[in-house]
Design a binder for this molecule. Structure first.
Ligand code: AKB
Length: 316
């Protein structure tokens, strides 16, 4: 099918890989990358790019009209750790951009929307192991509050205005192409970089802090599979729980030590420990498996092999 796609926040950790994957599938010219700053050469050189502030409604509307956009993937967001430092800026970016996109869909200027939620929607009153799809949700981070509010607005726009908006609650994402920024799960990427660079890492979470994690290839595939799914099969219009692994820093470190024997990690928890402690350690993604056949392919062993191989030789 011929369609034009806009990625907002294309230079971020997920946006970058998603843009490249969508360009591979739909053709470079049909996938328009946009961000508030320029990104990697790979992204900038492989197709159209627009400098775009996701909170600027008129600029967004202009890009949508100019490229005759059918689908928007709204990946711009301020993540959990940075959002604690700038609560109002985080709220304005995370919610303002979502309203702009949902309203364009309500006005039939675009047909379909993808918007990412997060495990941050859960809080300390949610059960720690196997957090269910529908459960007690009392997030106490700015980011988590914005994601939970966003989920409710997505469901509202679907129910009241028939907007086709799809979403997953991403766990911490492990990737080698683009660094994450400002998240609580960022340690799970930094640890691989430091292991290769100087065989030492100072981790900002305690060694036994277990959180839901996923390798980026799985996350991209999940996103594309959900967007491909026949709407009749989808029963969740807020956001789907999505799961692959449940890992703690000590486990990742000892997995890396299989390949880099003298790799050392010291643990110096900072303010991000409180955020991590409020999140579940694992997620029940039964509904995603049931509705659109979700199944992860990467476990910790495979993730570590991929991370070390690609970071050693990024042209692989
Ligand atoms: C973060 O740590 O803030 C993100 C997330 C879990 O949504 N990676």
């Amino acid at each position: 099918m011929r369609k034009n796609i806009l990625i907002i926040g294309a230079c971020g950790q997920i946006g970058n890989e998603l843009t490249l994957a969508l360009r591979h599938r739909y053709g470079n010219e049909r996938v328009i990358a946009s961000d508030i700053r320029e990104g990697s050469e790979n992204l900038m050189d492989s197709g159209p790019f627009e400098l775009l502030d996701a909170t600027n409604h008129d600029a967004l509307e202009e890009v949508v009209a100019h490229y005759e956009i059918d689908e928007v993937y709204l990946m711009a967001a301020m993540l959990s750790a940075t959002a604690e430092k700038f609560p109002m800026r985080a709220w304005n970016l995370n919610m303002g951009s979502l309203f702009h996109v949902l309203n364009l869909a309500k006005e039939k200027k675009i047909n379909k929307v993808f918007w990412p939620s997060s495990i941050a929607v859960f809080g300390s009153t949610t059960q720690k192991e196997g957090a269910p799809q529908s459960t007690m949700m009392e997030p106490n981070t700015v980011y988590g509050i914005s994601k939970l509010a966003g989920e409710r607005w997505c469901a509202y726009y679907y129910e009241k205005y028939g907007v086709d908006v799809r979403s997953v609650r991403y766990p911490g994402l492990i990737s080698w192409k683009t660094l994450p920024g400002g998240g609580t799960t960022d340690y799970a990427v930094e640890i691989y970089h430091r292991a290769l660079a100087d065989k030492k890492y100072t981790c900002f979470l305690k060694e036994d802090t277990r959180l839901p994690m996923m390798f980026m290839d799985d996350a991209i595939r999940a996103t594309m599979e959900l967007m491909d799914c026949n709407p009749k099969n989808l029963h969740i219009h807020s956001s789907y729980n999505l799961s692959a692994m449940s890992l703690c820093p000590r486990e990742i470190a000892s997995n890396i030590q299989k390949y880099i024997r003298d790799f050392e990690v010291v643990y110096r928890p900072d303010f991000r420990q409180t955020i991590a402690d409020s999140w579940p350690s694992s997620i029940d993604d039964f509904q995603a498996r049931n509705d659109w056949g979700w199944k992860p392919e990467f476990d910790m062993e495979r993730t570590t092999k991929e991370m070390l191989a690609h970071l050693k030789n990024p042209t692989n």
